[in-house]
Design a protein around this ligand. Structure first.
Ligand SMILES: NC(=O)c1ccc[n+]([C@@H]2O[C@H](COP(=O)([O-])OP(=O)(O)OC[C@H]3O[C@@H](n4cnc5c(N)ncnc54)[C@H](OP(=O)(O)O)[C@@H]3O)[C@@H](O)[C@H]2O)c1
Length: 230
């Protein structure tokens, strides 16, 4: 298979890390990124892929790292905006810094990275952007106001770009998983029963399917574990 380079954000854990394995298995050339430089280097070495420290909440870092990646590996065929953080609780109790971190990471990170990478894809008339959204962008419920806001924004962004870019040969797609057995809740200090979740590998398999057929634009692919419906 042609060596398609795919930059994955938030790739040191959960969905992103599983996706690195699945992309490698499918013959892609994944680029592993996340904030923790030591973890990025260790996991990149373990997987035999290139790794770069990248905080998607830092717009200057996005510009710098994308330029470096393209210098080292040539044009990106794919971008997976996966990095994201969870915030749960009553809105009035949220700290302002936590609200900013969620919006800067989940929303602006995805928008800024896409803004950096998309012009090259459009100029080449080819490329794929896959945004990891969430079922939280499909409904409204209590206790997730800001996380939901961050993902509803990306649902709108993804749908609009899909329509804008598909006629130019570039696919922009959204994946809307339900609960996944990753570190996301624990990292946010939230207890969650992950017996009822899908696995990161199941999510990654679906994402590789979405990426693989360039003649298809998979608009809003969603999924939840059967046990999550009880
Ligand atoms: N878990 C679920 O139930 C679930 C459900 C629906 C959607 N999602 C979405 O799926 C995506 C992946 O989540 P996950 O469940 O795999 O979470 P996870 O296991 O917590 O992994 C998150 C990854 O993102 C990185 N990250 C966090 N902040 C970052 C930043 N500012 N810049 C770059 N990387 C950053 C983390 O590494 P560093 O901290 O080292 O940067 C880590 O590699 C997120 O967008 C999440 O919203 C998750």
């Amino acid at each position: 298979m042609e060596n398609k380079t795919v930059l994955v954000t938030g790739a040191t854990s959960g969905i992103g890390l599983a996706l690195i394995d699945r992309l490698l298995n499918a013959g892609y050339k994944p680029i592993l990124t996340a904030r923790n430089a030591d973890k990025v280097q260790a996991l990149a070495a373990e997987k035999g892929v290139a790794g770069y420290a990248l905080d998607v909440a830092d717009a200057d870092a996005i510009t710098r790292v994308c330029a470096q990646v393209e210098q080292d590996h040539g044009p990106l065929w794919g971008l997976v905006n996966n990095a994201g953080i969870w915030l749960e609780g009553d809105f009035d109790a949220y700290a302002a810094d936590d609200i900013k971190a969620v919006m800067d990471t989940n929303t602006m990170g995805t928008i800024n990275l896409t803004h950096t990478v998309l012009p090259g894809m459009l100029a080449r008339g080819r490329g794929s952007v896959l945004n990891v959204v969430s079922t939280a962008a499909l409904y409204a419920r209590k206790s997730i106001s800001v996380y939901a806001a961050s993902k509803w924004a990306i649902r709108g962004f993804t749908g609009c770009l899909e329509a804008e870019c598909a006629p130019k040969g570039v696919r922009v797609m959204g994946f809307y998983p339900g609960k996944i057995a990753s570190n996301m809740y624990e990292t946010a200090g939230v207890e969650r029963d992950l017996e009822v979740a899908m696995t990161p590998t199941q999510a990654a398999d679906m994402m590789v399917t979405m990426l693989s057929d360039e003649s298809m634009v998979w608009s809003q692919v969603s999924g939840r574990a059967l046990k999550d419906y009880v």
